[in-house]
Design a protein around this ligand. Structure first.
Ligand code: PMP
Length: 386
């Protein structure tokens, strides 16, 4: 039979205009993107291998070095979301059969444990309930017992609303010849973190939280210890796309005179990321940290789960008042206030509602708006008997 014509008609939805609501994104991400960053992402596309793009990527590297407080040369942005950075870190520094220690006190440790397990690592976990944290003594005991090549810790546990202490853990990892990998997707720019001073070997974040860029790019940095491990491995990393041998060349970090084609980076995403890093540099990290804390303390303190000084200033957890169905509260706020909060994630599902006021969104007026929407929802949603 002759193949001659299309049989599937254009879908009716494609003949209608694109509809996107204006919404307050007060959940754990993505956060609202300020006009300046949106505009940067709307600039003309240029080639991902044009020299102007290399300059923009060099700017991004400097912006990340500032945001991370690191002098690491091996600094870049992943073409992908926070998960791309998680996988890149694990895939490049761990070889199959090696021991990895993952702290699990919410969903992010669970994810990293699974990523490491999938690539054939021997995974050991240190487990606490959501919102729990690990003492340096507990960490040291586990390092001594499992002799991992990599220890993973979430700085901003967005599923539980906890900012984990970091001081001293880098020294412990060095003592046991282990790399320290820290997730700062939900905390970067909102809570103090100093990559070099705190001896973090690998640090990554996301674009869509306190940086207020669109989702889809993820800053990451490796220090010399991490580079030594990942560039002296016996096996190739399981991922071609995330292989740091290629990515370091693409970002001009490998000392070679030319950057070769590896993949086509998300040009618009990088333009927007550059602008969001510029805004953070203009505002100043310390101002940004202080601002997030002030909004939290002045507005949300009474409402949130008590985590004392360890409360994450970017994403806070509110205990679901007795007798309410959390999904109904969230649906009410979206419908009547165009305002998003979210429920728990992984082990915190059903326990909390999460409010994120990050970067551009972090203001006392937005906090008041969020609390007013929640109290309106509590007034109008039916209360069930426990
Ligand atoms: N880690 C943390 C702490 C996060 O909050 C998130 C996103 N909610 C991620 C990792 C994953 O990032 P992404 O959704 O961009 O892949």
């Amino acid at each position: 039979s002759r193949v001659s014509s299309v049989t599937i008609p254009p879908p009716a939805c494609m003949l209608l205009p694109l509809e996107v609501p204006n919404r307050y994104l007060f959940g754990p991400g993505p956060s609202n993107v300020p006009p300046r960053v949106l505009a940067a992402g709307g600039r003309p596309i240029i080639g991902h291998l044009h020299h102007e793009m290399y300059e923009i990527m060099n700017d991004i590297k400097k912006g990340i070095q500032y945001a991370f407080q690191t002098n690491n040369h091996m600094t870049l942005a992943m073409s992908g979301s926070g998960h791309a950075a998680m996988e890149c870190a694990v895939f490049n520094v761990v070889e199959p059969g090696e021991s990895v220690l993952v702290s699990v006190n919410g969903v992010w440790g669970e994810r990293v444990a699974e990523i490491a397990e999938r690539m054939g690592a021997k995974v050991h976990t240190l487990v606490k309930a959501p919102g729990g944290y690990f003492t340096n003594e507990e960490i040291e005991k586990a390092l001594a017992k499992h002799k991992p090549v990599l220890f993973f810790l979430t700085h901003g546990e967005s599923s539980a609303g906890l900012a984990h202490p970091i001081d001293g853990i880098g020294d412990l990892c060095r003592k046991y010849d282990c790399l320290l990998l820290v997730d700062s997707v939900a905390s970067l720019g909102a809570a103090p973190l100093l990559m070099d001073q705190q001896k973090i070997d690998i640090l990554y974040t996301g674009s869509q939280k306190a940086l207020n860029a669109p989702p889809g790019t993820a800053p990451i940095s490796f220090n010399d210890r991490a580079c030594h491990k990942m560039f002296n491995r016996k096996t190739k990393p399981v991922s071609y796309l995330f292989d740091m041998t290629h990515l370091s060349n693409y970002w001009g970090n490998d000392g070679k005179p030319a950057r070769d084609y590896h993949h086509t980076g998300p040009v618009s995403g990088f333009l927007a990321l550059r602008e969001s890093l510029a805004i953070l540099a203009e505002k100043g990290l310390e101002n940004s940290w202080r601002h997030h804390k002030e909004v939290l303390v002045s507005r949300l303190n009474g409402a949130v789960v008590s985590l004392k000084d360890l409360r994450l200033p970017s994403v806070t957890t509110i205990t679901i008042p007795d007798g309410y169905e959390w999904k109904e509260l969230l649906a009410y706020m979206i419908k009547h206030h165009q305002l998003e909060m979210t429920g728990g994630l992984g082990p915190s599902i059903g326990m909390v509602i999460r409010v994120g006021l990050m970067g551009y969104n972090c203001s006392t007026s937005n906090a008041d708006k969020a609390l007013a929407a929640l109290s309106d929802a509590l007034k109008h949603c039916p209360k069930r008997k426990a």
